[in-house]
Design a binder for this molecule. Structure first.
Ligand SMILES: [Zn+2]
Length: 116
């Protein structure tokens, strides 16, 4: 499935008014009161969900598919150079959001640099 909008576009241009949550999500994209992790922002501002209750039905597989966030067989390294790497860009987004506390803008700029 082709992505009709890039993940970097959401993070860079559609994050107005959103408070960022880092490391409090326990693997879920659920959020309240305009507070999101990077994946939650993608799900919500990317038009995948309309109400907060819909978050229960959206997870990493759906976000990965919508935005094409995989490298296939090639592992990509964390842009900070700490050695973390994964074939799945979703894992790197979570790593940057929660581990490095990167802002939406920082994550968006990185995704843009890799064409996502
Ligand atoms: Zn890292």
């Amino acid at each position: 499935m082709m992505a009709n909008i890039k993940a970097s576009t959401i993070l860079l241009k559609k994050s107005a008014g959103a408070r960022q949550i880092r490391g409090e999500m326990f693997g879920k994209t659920k959020m309240t009161n305009n507070a999101y992790c990077a994946l939650g922002l993608l799900a919500c501002r990317g038009g995948m969900i309309k109400t907060e209750s819909d978050f229960d039905n959206i997870g990493e597989p759906e976000i990965r598919m919508k935005f094409g966030l995989t490298y296939g067989d090639v592992a990509h390294k964390c842009p900070t150079g700490d050695g973390f790497g994964d074939r799945d860009i979703i894992c790197l987004i979570i790593h940057l959001n929660d581990g490095h506390k990167w802002s939406f803008k920082q994550i968006g700029e990185w995704l843009k640099s890799i064409g996502k």
